[in-house]
Design a binder for this molecule. Sequence first.
Ligand code: UDP
Length: 237
Amino acid sequence: MIKQKMLHEGKVKSIWTTDDPEICIAEFSDRITAGDGLKKAELPGKGVLLNKISSLLFARLAAAGVPSHFIWAIDDSSMLVKKAQLLPLEVVVRNRTAGSICRRLGLAPNLVIEPPLVEFYWKNDAFHDPLLTREHIAMLNLVSDEQYAEIVKQALAVNQVLTKVFAQAGLDLADFKLEFGLSQGQVLLIDEISPDSCRLWLAGTTQGLDKDRFRNDTGDVLEGYREVLKRLLATEK
Ligand code: UDP
């Protein structure tokens, strides 16, 4: 597969075209950002860790019958992915209260949310990714009712699989963010699944191994990410 031109440079990843029009390369950089991109740093080795974690999780999802854009990891920091048209939504699934839902609703952290909550945010930097109701999504014509229902279904299926995978690794999946695209007209899980986009707590605690270490300066970020990978790899034996 020949890497051709950069299609999109994100805050953390870049997407490249290949000689196959249906296939792209997603390359993880060593950058990390938080707080609307205001806080940023370069953490050498982060891209490799994220590529390994994301690839492993997408493979586990595929094995459990949940498809995504992931094809395979082609080198240390890149995955081969199916080309998809990005939907401008961030889909958050919450099993425990943390982060913005605590700030917004004045809730204590680590309350169990049952059934899990699925939230939608508009991927829109100018408006700081606002929370959207289903009616806003319809009004803005972001996705159809059918696509909305399909996204909720897939997000909950991802949650079921990942909650189990992380539990085997001794980690509680408090919440996470997913992105979806359209591939041949169908809703498809895209982007990444990693400690940049998940809150992962040592089982039975609120001790995070995820990006909250960077957001809140609560520990060595890469050490947390390495521990997540080590624990996930141990579940594959
Ligand atoms: N998240 C993300 N990208 C974003 C916003 C949130 O990956 O732009 C993830 C975040 O890591 C967490 C979940 O989505 O796992 C819920 O985040 P929350 O809404 O609590 O926002 P935060 O407290 O991170 O600002």
